[in-house]
Design a binder for this molecule. Structure first.
Ligand code: ABN
Length: 173
């Protein structure tokens, strides 16, 4: 028993001699900071989160099946709300594009400008219902980075374009 006591005493003393509490706390702190930073550094797809978060707003005037609806101010495509989906969700059997066109539209109910992303839904032949080409702030095709006449499904698994959703991403300041 004495031998065992001596062994544990010696190893405890050794650990106490060779480590410092401050160093340990500093290491643990660095690990915690690094752990928290990892999700910020990874290329995370937040499209589905934005789609899920974009619920109908109180005081959201207009008809989502009409091209005049305020959120569609910069859209170029078929409205998913006429194609078996909604303003913010793709029709069943299609997949949302991760790349999109971004516009800023004014909500007449509160007078605020909202950043809207126009994501294409991909994987089924074109819906061909409620064609809507408003394209606020769009520029001609010879300025391709400012042109919305683009099939964003080209960056998706299926390149087949079905319709376009309009997702509020935030308030423009
Ligand atoms: N972004 C809608 C779209 C799809 C295909 C071709 C032109 C525009």
């Amino acid at each position: 028993m004495k031998l065992l006591d001596k062994f544990f005493e010696r190893s405890t003393r050794h650990v106490a001699d060779t480590t410092s509490r401050r160093k340990l706390l500093a290491r643990m702190g660095s690990l915690m900071v690094a752990g928290a930073a990892v999700p910020l550094l990874l290329p995370i797809d937040r499209t589905s989160k934005a789609l899920a978060a974009d619920k109908p707003m109180a005081g959201d005037p207009g008809d989502p099946n009409s091209c005049d609806y305020w959120r569609y101010c910069s859209i170029d495509g078929f409205l998913c709300s006429c194609c078996g989906g909604t303003t913010t969700s793709c029709p069943p059997g299609t997949e949302v594009s991760q790349v999109s066109w971004i516009g800023t539209c004014r909500n007449p109910a509160d007078g605020k400008n909202y950043i809207i992303s126009y994501n294409d839904c991909c994987g089924k032949h074109s819906c061909v219902q409620c064609a809507c080409t408003r394209n606020d702030s769009e520029e001609p095709a010879y300025r391709p980075f400012n042109n919305n006449d683009v099939n964003w499904c080209l960056a998706a698994k299926s390149h087949i374009y079905n319709c376009t959703v309009s997702v509020i991403r935030g308030v423009a300041v």
